[in-house]
Design a protein around this ligand. Structure first.
Ligand code: HEM
Length: 133
């Protein structure tokens, strides 16, 4: 059996470290934090971790708990501008750095995250383009 990206990234421990670091930054972000409907960010943290773990070949907890991801639709209610996307990516870049991947694995994960974040923009606004590729 071949190893999944989930395994190669470092399994549950790596995803937990990354998503925890990311949410610590979201909690301090004045543009993105107010979009979260819940006072407690813990459940949102679990949902993002489950999704990423499943996407990369790990446990299927996300689908069991949430059904089909339909991420663009689930984000439609939040005004995601290019600025929000770039701040989301700033936090995620630091979160990915916490798990110290090899350059090849880092590139694989990071390209996906940039593309996914670009795809989530649903509201126009000024664009720094700092994560454009
Ligand atoms: C680009 C900027 C983004 C912003 C501002 C944003 C914001 C949010 C907000 C406010 C929620 C609702 C929190 C909750 O779950 O209760 C959410 C949910 C979620 N986001 Fe994002 N998001 C962004 C990009 C992304 C990307 C790129 C991904 C995936 C790679 C992602 C994955 C998710 C997932 C899996 C959920 C939970 C969906 C569910 O099952 O309900 N988000 N996001």
């Amino acid at each position: 059996m071949s190893e999944t990206f989930f395994d190669r990234f470092g399994g549950e421990q790596a995803f937990s470290t990354m998503v925890r670091g990311f949410y610590e930054a979201i909690a301090q972000d004045d543009l993105i934090r107010p979009m979260y409907p819940d006072q407690d960010l813990g459940p949102a943290q679990d949902r993002l971790r489950w999704f990423l773990e499943q996407y990369w070949g790990g446990p299927k907890t996300y689908s069991e708990q949430r059904g089909h991801p339909r991420l663009r639709m689930r984000h439609a209610q939040f005004p995601i501008t290019p600025q929000a996307r770039d701040q989301w990516l700033d936090h995620m870049r630091k979160a990915v750095d916490l798990i110290r991947l090899s350059p090849e694995l880092d590139e694989e994960l990071w390209e996906y995250l940039v593309d996914a974040a670009y795809a989530m923009v649903n509201t126009p606004g000024p664009d720094s383009g700092r994560w454009a590729r």
